[in-house]
Design a protein around this ligand. Sequence first.
Ligand code: HGY
Ligand code: MN
Ligand code: MN
Length: 400
Amino acid sequence: MARLDALAQHSDEPGKLTRLYLSAAHKAAAEELAGWMREAGLTVSIDALGTVLGRYESASPGAPALLIGSHIDTVRDAGRYDGALGVIAGLVAVEELAKCGENLPFAIEVVAFGDEEGVRFPTTLTSSRALAGQFDPAVLDLCDADGVSLRNALTAFGCDPAAIATIARSREQVLAYIEVHIEQGPVLEAADLPVGVVTAINGVRRLAVEVIGEAGHAGTVPMRLRRDALAAAAEMALAVERAANSSPDVLATVGRMEVSPGAVNVIPGNVRFTIDIRSPEDKQRDAATEEIVRSIRKIAAARRVELSISTMHEAPATACAPVMIDTLTQAVQHFGLAPHLLPSGAGHDAMAIARLCPVGMLFVRCAGGISHNPKEAISLQDADICVRILLEFLRNFKLK
Ligand code: HGY
Ligand code: MN
Ligand code: MN
């Protein structure tokens, strides 16, 4: 818990926790984590996309590795457990094995990805996708809000973009991936359980929408002659909500909206906003996307504003591997706990790694189900039991 508090001190925004991909705070957190890994006796490296990896060798050196990890980037004004818990739980479990002088028949790599939230650049899962051999070089030209390209941010961080090709793992090098993560929802707390076993991760699509109207004088342009980009965008945001409300199991969110020129006496000429669409089934998500695009195009036509829509990110619904679910379930039962199986509404790096190897996730109860919020909290007892269950999982893991 003290380490999670220590990592939470590395922030890009004073007074709150915001740690964006390849920022100074990301660098400081990565270096502190690398120090803890070295103290634990792991062989540490930071790859060409900023991922921190700590390797604990098996009884037979060079054996394939079981990856344990999550992300150390955060959303804006974040909680301190989303992502970081999965990395620190992995580190503590390996420290315990090292203390007992216990080597398993496989290596273990504790992995801290840096781009799971996708807040800084209009893409996400960059570093986990690269490890799974799915890196798209086009993302290197994407820019953040200050116009800094991902490529330049990498070199400023101390990475060599030319070395990105060396990140991808072959199927033979990796046995599986397990991620411990806070539930970020109310289910485990309502069931009065400290942990749950994840069955699948909802698919997600993120759209970037630009509404182009006409800026004008707020005092002189008659209402009927306006092409007000914000009034149009506001109606579109309600259409997004309506589409999600009418499609079972679909969630849709307008999380960010930028209005320009943003003066009290100017009719907004341009609005950019984002749409995040999720569902357990990809066909539901596709149908909801079509409905949303159809209705916002209709609003644009009626209001005589132009519209551009692009897909920033997409990840299909991802099933956790039965072998991982079974071994996690047995580990939970080993401690006399009821194994509660549940889907994940939130996205995770496991979605990217599932393209390479079997993945599993262990959810940990969080207070009030609150996340992406500084009120995010877990109990010491739940942190303790999740590491014990992870250790039990490691000692029994074998790819059947
Ligand atoms: O958006 C998500 O689901 C994750 O927290 N990045
Ligand atoms: Mn998150
Ligand atoms: Mn997360």
